[in-house]
Design a protein. Sequence first.
Lengths: 339, 339, 339, 339, 339, 339
Amino acid sequence: MARQSGISEAVLSGHTADIYFSRTQAVLRAEGLDPVVTMEIFPNDAGILCGVNEVLDLLAAVLPTGGEVWALPEGETMAAREVVLRITAPYSAFGLYETAMLGMLSQTSGWATAARACVEAAEGIPVISFGGRHVHPHVSARLEYAAIVGGCAGCATPAGAELAGLQAIGTIPHAMILIFGDTVEATLAFDRHMPAEVRRVALVDTFKDECEESLRVAEALGRRLWGVRLDTPPERGRVTPDLVKELRVRLDQAGYPWVKIIVSGGVDAARIRLFHEQEAPGDLFGVGSAISSARPIDFTGDVKIVDGQPIAKRGRIPGMTENPRLRRVDLSEVKQGIH
Amino acid sequence: MARQSGISEAVLSGHTADIYFSRTQAVLRAEGLDPVVTMEIFPNDAGILCGVNEVLDLLAAVLPTGGEVWALPEGETMAAREVVLRITAPYSAFGLYETAMLGMLSQTSGWATAARACVEAAEGIPVISFGGRHVHPHVSARLEYAAIVGGCAGCATPAGAELAGLQAIGTIPHAMILIFGDTVEATLAFDRHMPAEVRRVALVDTFKDECEESLRVAEALGRRLWGVRLDTPPERGRVTPDLVKELRVRLDQAGYPWVKIIVSGGVDAARIRLFHEQEAPGDLFGVGSAISSARPIDFTGDVKIVDGQPIAKRGRIPGMTENPRLRRVDLSEVKQGIH
Amino acid sequence: MARQSGISEAVLSGHTADIYFSRTQAVLRAEGLDPVVTMEIFPNDAGILCGVNEVLDLLAAVLPTGGEVWALPEGETMAAREVVLRITAPYSAFGLYETAMLGMLSQTSGWATAARACVEAAEGIPVISFGGRHVHPHVSARLEYAAIVGGCAGCATPAGAELAGLQAIGTIPHAMILIFGDTVEATLAFDRHMPAEVRRVALVDTFKDECEESLRVAEALGRRLWGVRLDTPPERGRVTPDLVKELRVRLDQAGYPWVKIIVSGGVDAARIRLFHEQEAPGDLFGVGSAISSARPIDFTGDVKIVDGQPIAKRGRIPGMTENPRLRRVDLSEVKQGIH
Amino acid sequence: MARQSGISEAVLSGHTADIYFSRTQAVLRAEGLDPVVTMEIFPNDAGILCGVNEVLDLLAAVLPTGGEVWALPEGETMAAREVVLRITAPYSAFGLYETAMLGMLSQTSGWATAARACVEAAEGIPVISFGGRHVHPHVSARLEYAAIVGGCAGCATPAGAELAGLQAIGTIPHAMILIFGDTVEATLAFDRHMPAEVRRVALVDTFKDECEESLRVAEALGRRLWGVRLDTPPERGRVTPDLVKELRVRLDQAGYPWVKIIVSGGVDAARIRLFHEQEAPGDLFGVGSAISSARPIDFTGDVKIVDGQPIAKRGRIPGMTENPRLRRVDLSEVKQGIH
Amino acid sequence: MARQSGISEAVLSGHTADIYFSRTQAVLRAEGLDPVVTMEIFPNDAGILCGVNEVLDLLAAVLPTGGEVWALPEGETMAAREVVLRITAPYSAFGLYETAMLGMLSQTSGWATAARACVEAAEGIPVISFGGRHVHPHVSARLEYAAIVGGCAGCATPAGAELAGLQAIGTIPHAMILIFGDTVEATLAFDRHMPAEVRRVALVDTFKDECEESLRVAEALGRRLWGVRLDTPPERGRVTPDLVKELRVRLDQAGYPWVKIIVSGGVDAARIRLFHEQEAPGDLFGVGSAISSARPIDFTGDVKIVDGQPIAKRGRIPGMTENPRLRRVDLSEVKQGIH
Amino acid sequence: MARQSGISEAVLSGHTADIYFSRTQAVLRAEGLDPVVTMEIFPNDAGILCGVNEVLDLLAAVLPTGGEVWALPEGETMAAREVVLRITAPYSAFGLYETAMLGMLSQTSGWATAARACVEAAEGIPVISFGGRHVHPHVSARLEYAAIVGGCAGCATPAGAELAGLQAIGTIPHAMILIFGDTVEATLAFDRHMPAEVRRVALVDTFKDECEESLRVAEALGRRLWGVRLDTPPERGRVTPDLVKELRVRLDQAGYPWVKIIVSGGVDAARIRLFHEQEAPGDLFGVGSAISSARPIDFTGDVKIVDGQPIAKRGRIPGMTENPRLRRVDLSEVKQGIH
């Protein structure tokens, strides 16, 4: 994960920071003030903590020797308002990065938490993140990484997979089938040219009835066909549990019991539970918006000690908040890529 | 906006693309297929279109001569399922970028649309985007840019302000006041060291009653005080319309009618309307989560013509969709930074 | 309509009457009582009046000379608690038939009212009643008749069509296509053997994608194809407005603009409005349960005058209720089949 | 039940069938096709199965030797989409009767299911069906029969009682009391002329306060009075639990503890539960609309095997559906009236 | 209204005041402090102002010469948080009475506001307050007075009527009829012994059906009968609009068109509107709980000026609140009973 | 409680009675009728019985020897429609007082029941009634008494405390602090002049932030400070659980752990539960409107026996209602003040 620890120059320079933090640094410098402060960071809602490793990379890059950091590990559950990160160091060393640290945590924790909800609903059926297309390419890899921290079994983009230490997963897009003009032709071409280790998964809702198309590709590829993907659009009623059940029986009756069924298109936790209730879960869920449109979980950073004195703004408790779950972080290890 | 047009290598290389698009390119190449296709892109919900300029930068960088692009302008309103972008070119030139193009549009259009809702509720009172801290620093500038496309009057990060061609706006953070231990001391230090063109805005909810603190800083800075910012935390009941009205009267009674009131902390369109209804709008709204947590608006890209033949997957209409609002884009101008 | 006026022996004998009416007749006879009474019949809810012609047939068969009957015409709107029928005659002549008269009115008025709701929602698109299969065959013709009184343009059973003076309308059942094993084969066979005046309407959701199948039958029958019927089952998402719009375009693009689209399967007034809102009404609606499962509209018969004296039970107003909409009925004409 | 098995000529001739079934028979005959098919019939909702005996009478009349029928028994509970009837025979023998068979099952199962809900709510207090007046006299006997299959203890029409093998039950109608002009006079006349085995039940809400009238008839008839019926109209607040409780006490205080209380008028399952909760159930419930206005339960007939080959339309599973609850029916016994 | 101005010794002595006001007086006296203060009193909700005359009586009894009082008149509408009373005087003169003044206003304004809602719903039909029995006899006269301030045409208690300058209104209680054992006997006795100016109104729901009883008393009293009162208890379905309509017709048919109908028992504004909608308003409404159970409208007293200096607690605006609707009160006139 | 038993002349004279009771007495007297009657009194809703002692005082004053009274004790729970009081005596002795007796019970039982709900929610934290200011001073003592019967630990007015046999409880009003112009000054003055047994409780939301003010008064009074009262107005977000928690910590951190926290301002049972849920209950709750605005619980008085004969109006059961919870009351003891 060498790549992940590469904090960008825009962050390090404060270009992405709220400008009042730069100004604060200038004022404190002019006044000759640089107290050691303790800042605590906590989420406003419960969820799955994500992004903390990237924050530690940042802190490892900027904190002087003697800076002390306590944190919950990446991927842990966290309660609302539970302190997940505590930093003690001269304020000049890290005050500028409050915006960046909160942002790294907020958005990815939101995604990881949404992913976890889908994964729990799936009760063991693997869930793959397909939501990269709903977010800006500058963060799509972070989205995919967060989905995997939240429990997803894979993701669609190489950049995200690299962050998470996996291989990207994919089937065949509608565009390719439309160019070939026939699902079987497109799938056969895919089969001809792709390396053996790539699974053959046909997309079966482009031109014909999904069951008819599935039987056609199964006949054409036989044992080489790993699975079929159902992605019926809302204009045609989306993928229903009944369709999955019917397709399973028709594949089995026709002699293709090994062909797996992948369900995608508007899948979220509620819908996954519906497939389970109707006993039609399929073999894999592809989830997009249900993860990528998750609200960020707001995080707040509070200065709680200044030069040894407990302090707090109105509405908060002065001094350090006890949290026995926090672990002391060795920043020198973080610099070496050990989290 | 030279910076904006710099499409990153990760995007250009397909590293952030769903992997099946790379595989499609490989298969088509191996089959010797490269038809001219027309792809149409449309949103699933109505809103404010954002990100199209960045997509055009990408297309200007990759499309060959002869590629034809029609688009709605940045910042336009768009209807649900209205085609906002139509590309006609050899598929090999742009098929790989479907993920990136949709992502550029989806997330920023979601933000711009949410910003517009706040701006409309504010009925002329300026709205500033303060939400950079809720998203990853890699996209915080895009968020700020989208907020301004949606109608915001300013934003907090230099990176976002640069994208939008403005100056960043900021006050004083709680952390600085906590370090000084007194709001007046912190504000006076800010006043001593900041250039004249930076507005003096005191944050008045840190230690004392907001009205008491406002009068203290007004007395200390006099005419140099541009305004005060109310950011009362939820633990203390947030900023209420009554507080704004009371503070206005107390400032006026004490002889500080020029001091403006900035309202922040959990502000959204519904709450802005409430301030208006109770005739306590203040002079500026600072909005964070209400913009930064907006759902992406999903966009879809459909291949509609292949080598001149109308085609479509099930559920869609084959062939070109009429939309007289689209304008032909001159990509050579885009390359020169003209949008 | 000679058939309609044939009141069955089971009704005339009192076999279908609530037994206390037979006993009442016996007691009154034993006591030597037979006053002239005025009975008024009114519905508990507003709706479309149906069944009154059948009631008049019954009264024409049983009332002595001098009996006086006032009624609203078949198919009129009626208000809640509006008197729709007033009978003045010796009680012994008609008291036994209260159960039958109320039943004739209640159930068919419920059906006619539901049919009217669909017809009004359809705004001129014809609606056909297909609901015979949800009611007992002894009343299915009455259901079809009531649907037509309510405004339907046709019905599916010969018995119902005969009552209403029309021809039955039908397409092709799923069973026939399953026996032929192919939609085109079945439709061609239908075309070979049916008389010219029977419209050729193919059912296109049995085996293949509805659009694909529609184009296949259109190619096979050409100008002889009058229309296609969409009846997609709930397991496949039912018929959606988008499907109708897509099919219309695909038929037109392929050169079959004359082929009409019939929409059936779970169609009710709300859904008809949805098709209109989405500008996809099709050319004909087939409605089943939305009419056949309508609640009967309860009717009540009140004795209001006995031998010239106004009277009423508690809760009702004694004496005749004014209703200028009522028309005096000539029962001798009714006997001749004139309504 | 000889009467029940008399399937009418209108049904046998196909006159009540959807016309496309007649046309299908004609086409198949012209094509020389008559495969052996298996059709399965299932309800769309759970409930109480009714009408299956009448369907078996029909099948016994039309199926050739060798036809095979499996069914659930009359009055059984059935799950949604559970196969309740399976027919295997040449299609020409029974295809025409799909409309009639579904109709026989749908409407009566709806009624039986609604009756069961009332009977269960009554927790042992007998429920009598009084709803014949809300349906056409051609099916009122079927309604009464279905109510008894659903658990009712009796019904009001002789025709319905005959179908169910019982005696009809009745009290005194308002019309008779209005003709006599006094409840006591009417009840005494009834008592004078009715055979001893008919229960004397006075209707006590016509002219006077219900309690006052009850005491008057009790005084007049003494031990011969079996019960009183409360039928207070909605204009006077309907029968309330408090009225039942008060009447019980007043009858007991006045020395008529044997007089039973029958509750009627707008009674449904929810209201029966209310009487129980308030400890005022009375001795008998008369139920009308709550049963007679029940929605038919839609049934569907699917061809699942054609000449030994599993088949199904889209959305359904090809081949026979396992259901161990089905019992093989001996049609020769059915012909002899044994169900 | 000499009686009203008699402020009780318990109030004047501070016995009914919150004890901290007595203590405040003691502390201020001990400290030698007695500033002139301005106190403003406002309601938290909109409504009808009541009780201000009694407050003025209190102030007239305690304020020294020079005390200044501005007020809205009794019975005026008031907006939420509108200042309705402003007192300027030495604090020692009236500070002790804050509890009493607020209490006089709160409870009676709540009642007057509820009365107004009923009166407005009645659209001209007179409304009489019958709610004295739901409040303690020490305030029942205040309740009746407030109801009349709110627009009621009369009340039931002599004490309340005296406060309002009217005569009490009454009919006959159930207890009297139960003692006589017959409604007609009781009403005739009432007629024999009551002075001529007392209206004869029979209560007709005690023993018999309301219509039957009404006709009996009408026959017995003839032209001397002014009206009948319907008070059917909830156990018998309360008074329904249908009952009023039926009774009107039966009285008219029997030749008693002059007999008025009074509706009581659970009447509130919503129910009054229902009677109007169903065109059965009767001639008079008797309202109890709908007025007597009204929530008090909380009033608050704020010190806004102390010795000429504007001041206010947090949350309130320092200094005098403009309200051009206030009128200067001449306390010397108040002492003479002039309001 | 000698004071309580002093029934006022206005009650004894019938001046506060509904006038029809006076007229009834006149008519019965004129007719020479004075039967011994049994009247039963019951509430329409469940709750806490209050006011029965005052009713007994009244009965002790008016009933002749031989009058018999059964009652539930003051403060008992009572079921809806449970008889709580039964009086047997000549009607002339008590009929006039029906209005007064019902009123004494209705309003105070409503208050006691609401108080009980708060006390139960508080789970042992004491609740003080502060609602005297929302009701007329003629009943404010009755309100306070009822609150204590319902379980409150104290009340604010001396009159109410006297009725309940307690001492009134109070802190410092906003008015006093506004007059002193500083919370610390006001509290020190209070401390100087109040007797030692009066608890020193500072009101801390008048001028400054509540926590800042609390620390200031704690420093000024030290160990003499018993507690602080939070009464933050709605304009500033009311008292939140977070504020209580924060203040507790800040007091403890500053070395004032003995200072108690009193919570007031819009406190009701739901809000008390919220404080418990968030683990911030404080040490005392001050409750106003939640008790004082409780609806009266309507009580009804029914004559059930007249001269030994069971009787009742329609809707009620004639004769005595069994209730083994009732206790025979010795009125001679009541006259001596023994309840």
